[in-house]
Design a protein around this ligand. Structure first.
Ligand SMILES: *Cc1c(COP(=O)(O)O)cnc(C)c1O
Length: 332
């Protein structure tokens, strides 16, 4: 099996912003862009992206999950990075057009088609370190993906880091390349030093998120996660899981959680920790590493609530349960 995100469809949807307006969108070969080496994005990281998925139902139809939420977040990221304002209607049509073009290639469950809208500043102007790119390019790439857990699922090891932070705190809610770059070195070191899968960044002793996923805690009938603020990424999966948890009669608590509270709760039976994101939906956390010591969550294995909530969301995505919140858009 090819690694997640390493296979692309041969064409993508593309539009460019020049002279204060967006071009019509086109379907072009996926390797057809050319950039000036002085392009704003290559020097000053004027870039943001999205990640969403299309799913094939048993009757053969193809549906995109919560496209409106990803388009809103893409518009917000573009605005906060001083990139040209996107046209939301145009982007929605670009997503629909390219998914329709490759509808026959959308894998059956447990696979899906990962959709990657991207927006980059293209102006060739290296004197613009402190001003915005006047031109930009927006494209929608497709990558068919298989079963995320094909190699067998395991509960993750997370290093609790109270010293560093994932990215500058005013950038946290932007899905932008520089944020991943800033978390990369510490994450590689956590892997080497502690065999950690990810770092859970806890600046000032309060949990935020990992390099690319939100963090949730389940204690009995309560699901607990950090309340939204501008310091971290507002995951669509996070919000979907909270909605489904409410549907199941659980109490949803959005608030601050200290590392002290986290470790205290993790030691109790029946407590589960998990990460949420579009790629894997929900993954169990089995161990926290804190001040050089391992702390197991429950028995350290995959938990039943993570599995239950993940299945509830997957069932809607693959059309096996009613779409009561209108999260799906039928494309083909
Ligand atoms: C994309 C991302 C998430 C998850 O967001 P989803 O919308 O659920 O895919 C969480 N944290 C970070 C830093 C991310 O980049």
């Amino acid at each position: 099996m090819a690694a997640f995100g390493s296979v692309f469809m041969p064409k993508m949807a593309l539009a460019t912003f020049e002279d204060n307006k967006w071009s019509d969108s086109q379907i072009v070969p996926s390797d057809s862009i050319s950039l000036h080496p002085g392009a704003h994005v290559l020097h000053y990281s004027s870039t943001c992206f999205e990640g969403l998925k299309a799913f094939r139902h048993e009757d053969g139809s193809v549906h995109v999950f919560r496209m409106d939420q990803n388009i809103e977040r893409f518009a917000q990221s573009s605005r906060l990075l001083a990139l040209p304002e996107i046209n939301k209607v145009q982007l929605e049509q670009m997503i629909k057009d390219i998914v329709a073009e490759f509808a026959a290639d959308v894998p059956e469950g447990p696979g899906s088609m990962y959709i990657r809208p991207t927006h980059i500043g293209t102006e060739a102007q290296i004197g613009k370190a402190a001003s915005a790119s006047n031109s930009s390019m927006q494209y929608v790439l497709l990558s068919p993906v298989g079963d995320y857990f094909a190699g067998g699922a395991h509960a993750l090891r997370l290093l609790l880091d109270e010293e560093g932070q994932r990215c500058a705190s005013h950038m946290g809610m932007i899905k932008s390349g520089g944020n991943y770059a800033s978390a990369l070195r510490p994450t590689i070191e956590a892997k080497e030093k502690y065999q950690a899968d990810q770092i859970l960044f806890c600046p000032n002793g309060y949990i935020t998120e990992t390099g690319a996923a939100n963090f949730l805690l389940v204690d009995g009938n309560e699901i607990i996660t950090k309340a939204l603020d501008s310091s971290f990424l507002h995951g669509v999966t996070r919000s979907s899981i909270l909605t489904l948890a409410k549907d199941l009669g659980m109490t949803v608590s959005e608030r601050e959680v200290s590392t002290e509270e986290l470790l205290e709760r993790a030691a109790k039976p029946g407590v589960e920790a998990m990460l949420s994101g579009t790629a894997a939906v929900l993954t169990s956390v089995g161990t926290f590493i804190y001040n050089g010591k391992d702390y197991k969550v429950g028995n350290g294995d995959i938990g039943p609530m993570a599995t239950k909530l993940r299945n509830a969301l997957n069932d809607i995505q693959w059309g096996r349960a009613p779409d009561t919140h209108n999260w799906l858009t039928k494309i083909a």
